[in-house]
Design a protein around this ligand. Structure first.
Ligand code: IMP
Length: 429
């Protein structure tokens, strides 16, 4: 039962799409288990770029089955558009290659309106959400009033739920100056989505249990990153789902004993999009250099990402949260050309070194990073396919990461293409 969970170990945008794409060549299933279309997973195949927001990153491989678990919040309109866009490129993803859990929460246009209205109302204190309705949709699940995908195919149930939703949230939306569509219009739109999605709906946990019993390889594809976890991240500057590895079980319907390994995706430096503390942020020319060289602009919103040095103190925390034993290190090529590179190995406050990573935003603000400075490298690394082909200083940088975190490095990515990868060991057990 080879099941591997892949999670982002930073604030998202670690380059997970490429890793999932590479790992899925040996997988039978690729499964999304949390988040929604706030994610943007970029795949570059044969020089062509595809950005996926809802669909699992296995969809570009014809022999891979894909699943969306019950822990995902699904915007049916966006899902439909994504399927259409792929079909237009000749990649038809039918029900034989995509199963979607009946109990996943549907994101309604009203959720997006509420998300944006709340951000507007917060002014300077805003989180910087993607505005995709993620938070309001998860709130509905916790409040036991969510419209589930299964409801989209049952007219009576759908009307009852939408009507209750409008009774409760309509006045709030209007108070924020948002337009609220009439119930009949909402029901008709949702029914249209339901008809389209019905052939894909399934019990994803049951399908995955069968696959694991049959010895098929299942890759769980995390979205966002561990530091955006709703409970363990830099609260309140987080997303609304659990982005850590435990969510792979809860968000699909299989038990923890079925997971064999957790791998963490780490970018060779750090980025963050949206608001919130970021101790190793570089608000200078170096930060700008990382942003331009690394093309650090949001795949979902186009926003410029904040950039900074690699934070091993934060990573040690997320290695612990997720039970990560292997790291997939990405974008090493972006660091080429720097005379020195820094690794943050701890934080200080008032002259005292902190013992634990202070993940609550109030506690994280105002810490001073402690850096290990190392010599950089100027040689181009994009053609390297083995560790030996990397400059000595780049190898020393990687060794230091592995030894501080106590993990193995499984792959090193030296460029965006599938083939621009140094594979050291296979994450598949
Ligand atoms: P939300 O997930 O849209 O509610 O946004 C909450 C926070 O998570 C914001 O700071 C977003 O920028 C951040 N966020 C959400 N999804 C991603 C992602 O896929 N990558 C990086 N940051 C994300």
């Amino acid at each position: 039962m080879p099941a591997v969970v892949l999670v982002g170990a930073q604030w998202g945008d670690e380059g997970k799409g490429k890793n999932v794409d590479v790992l899925s060549s040996k997988a039978r299933w690729v499964v999304r288990f949390q988040g929604g279309n706030n994610a943007g997973h970029t795949l570059v195949v044969g020089g062509k770029k595809t950005v996926l927001h809802v669909l699992p990153s296995g969809v570009l491989r014809e022999d891979v089955r894909n699943a969306i678990g019950s822990g995902v919040v699904v915007d049916p309109a966006v899902l439909g558009e994504e399927l259409d866009a792929l079909a237009a490129q000749g990649c038809v993803v039918g029900p034989d290659r995509l199963r979607i859990d009946r109990s996943a929460v549907a994101i309604l246009p009203l959720h997006c309106a509420l998300d944006r209205a709340r951000e507007r109302a917060k002014g300077d204190a805003k989180i910087g959400t993607t505005g995709r309705g993620i938070g309001p949709a998860y709130e509905d699940r916790a409040a036991r009033r969510a419209v589930l995908l299964a409801d989209l195919v049952d007219a009576g149930r759908l009307e009852r739920k939408l009507s209750a939703w409008l009774d409760e949230k309509g006045p709030l939306l209007r108070a924020h100056g948002e337009e609220v569509p009439p119930l009949a219009e909402l029901v008709a739109t949702c029914r249209g989505h339901g008809e389209r999605l019905e052939p894909f709906l399934d019990d994803v946990g049951a399908r995955l249990a069968e696959a694991l019993d049959a010895g098929e390889r299942v890759l769980f594809e995390g979205a966002q990153g561990a530091l955006l976890d709703v409970a363990h991240g830099t609260v309140p500057y987080v997303t609304s789902s659990h982005t850590t590895a435990g969510a792979a079980c809860i968000g699909t319907g299989i038990g923890p004993t079925r997971i064999d390994r957790v791998v963490g995706v780490v970018k060779a430096y750090t980025t963050r999009v949206g608001a919130g503390p970021f101790p190793t942020e570089l608000n200078d020319a170096l930060g700008e250099h990382l942003r331009t060289t690394g093309a650090e602009f949001g795949a979902t919103t186009g926003r410029p990402r904040r950039c900074g040095w690699l934070d091993l103190f934060a990573l040690a925390y997320t290695v612990r949260l997720n039970g990560i034993s292997q790291i997939l290190l990405n974008k090493l090529d972006v660091l080429t050309g720097m005379s020195e590179v820094a690794l943050c190995v701890g934080y200080e406050r008032d002259g005292e070194r902190l013992r634990d990573f202070p993940h609550l935003a109030e506690d994280l603000t105002g810490v001073t990073p402690i850096y290990d400075w190392m010599p950089g490298w100027r040689e181009d690394v994009r053609a390297a396919r083995t560790l030996e082909e990397l400059p000595e200083n780049a190898r020393a940088y990687i060794d230091r990461i592995a030894s501080v975190l106590g993990v193995q490095i499984a792959t090193i990515s030296v460029g965006p293409g599938r083939e621009e990868t140094i594979a050291l060991r296979g994450p598949w057990p």
